[in-house]
Design a protein around this ligand. Structure first.
Ligand SMILES: NC(=O)c1ccc[n+]([C@@H]2O[C@H](COP(=O)([O-])OP(=O)(O)OC[C@H]3O[C@@H](n4cnc5c(N)ncnc54)[C@H](O)[C@@H]3O)[C@@H](O)[C@H]2O)c1
Length: 336
């Protein structure tokens, strides 16, 4: 592995790659050296950003420009580039969900089995506020944990575009996305629950709605579950919540207090983290690095892992979560 700054190739230079991960890579000291994307428009935007561009991942890998690869294609197009990286022996960080279907996720797990470094890009676990939250829980700041509750919602209508320009809204296409709001948003919270609580979820059920938007996928969902030791989990995710409303909140209730993270879930840095004590008293603000985005922290973590440092990326664990999720989502869609 290179000793100097690490060079990243990006497969799929759309919204999240261009606006969030590429800046995160640079903020973490990495270099975005190459982009593979079949869209001439996305390649032109990458070329404007000073990056070598390729129409397909094979050519990008053959260029020798990439120490690491980040995959940010629509959900049903994750598998092929990850397979190509695995065949080339290049560590690969792939956006969530692992695939649009459980079959794609299982095939990806087969492709990366072995010593190759693979990570699913659950960037929320790297958000400095969530790292501080995990530490507070582990240090007993609220005693034994009772429940975790999440609201993570936004507005995605059929013509949604991230930047006001024409956009291919694959999120409303069941085959390309694998579902709607729930597959897009809920896995972040499920992964966070396992990271913050330090144990896997063992049960999960989902109620779905198609309430506001005229597309064939769910525009909202309510998830409930529990961990093996008995912590309850609840998460409301939605594409039908106006962006100006309060819509990003994470609470962890314990026998001795409540931890509340507001406006931390999402792509940006900052937000607030407070502790309320069960014995009363003022709210206590917990400090965290409010200048580092979850994407910068994620890029730093993946580069550390690629250099042989300790890390928390695990396909086996991510696949187990995807299996749990898929069972509940498949059942829920029968009633949609
Ligand atoms: N972690 C997060 O907060 C977060 C946020 C947004 C999106 N995402 C995930 O990132 C991925 C991309 O989402 P987006 O909103 O950036 O989508 P997007 O539509 O804005 O961009 C997708 C890009 O992939 C390209 N592409 C399509 N098929 C391709 C292929 N076969 N090979 C290479 N490139 C291909 C498109 O041309 C486009 O440039 C999705 O999996 C999504 O779930 C994660």
């Amino acid at each position: 592995m290179a000793r100097g700054a690490m060079r990243w190739g990006i497969v799929g230079y759309g919204w999240v790659a261009r606006d969030h991960m590429a800046p995160g890579i640079r903020a973490a000291g990495g270099i975005v050296s190459a982009v593979a994307d079949p869209s001439a428009r996305s390649r032109a935007r990458a070329a404007d950003d000073g990056v070598a561009v390729f129409a397909d991942v094979g050519a990008m890998l053959a260029s020798g420009l990439c120490d690491l690869v980040y995959v940010a294609t629509p959900n049903d197009a994750h598998l092929a580039p990850v397979r190509a990286c695995a065949a080339a022996g290049v560590p690969v960080l792939c956006e969530k969900p692992i695939g649009a279907t459980l079959e794609q996720a299982e095939a990806m797990a087969d492709a990366v089995a072995g010593p190759l470094l693979y990570g699913t890009a659950f960037d929320q676990r790297h958000h400095p506020a969530h790292v501080a939250l995990a530490q507070a829980i582990a240090e007993g700041a609220i005693g034994r944990v009772v429940a975790m509750r999440i609201v993570y919602a936004c507005w995605v209508d059929p013509g949604w575009t991230p930047d006001g320009t024409a956009h291919d809204n694959w999120r409303a296409d069941p085959a390309r996305a694998g579902g709607g709001a729930v597959i897009d948003l809920a896995l972040h919270g499920l992964d966070l629950a396992e990271r913050l609580l330090g144990e896997p979820l063992v049960g999960l059920s989902i109620a779905l709605q198609r309430r506001i938007h005229a597309y064939p996928v769910d525009d909202g969902g309510m998830l409930t579950g529990r961990t093996g030791s008995g912590v309850l989990f609840q998460s409301h995710v939605a594409y039908n919540c106006a962006e100006v409303l309060p819509r990003r909140r994470l609470e962890v209730l314990g026998e001795r207090g409540l931890l509340v993270a507001t406006d931390t879930m999402g792509q940006t840095a900052g937000g607030t983290l407070v502790r309320r004590c069960a014995a009363g008293g003022p709210r206590e603000a917990l400090a965290f690095d409010a200048g580092t985005t979850p994407f910068a922290a994620q890029a730093a973590a993946f580069m550390r892992a690629a250099r042989g440092g300790a890390h928390d990326f695990s396909m086996l664990r991510d696949l187990a979560l995807m299996r749990l999720f898929d069972r509940a989502y498949t059942e829920a869609r029968r009633w949609l």
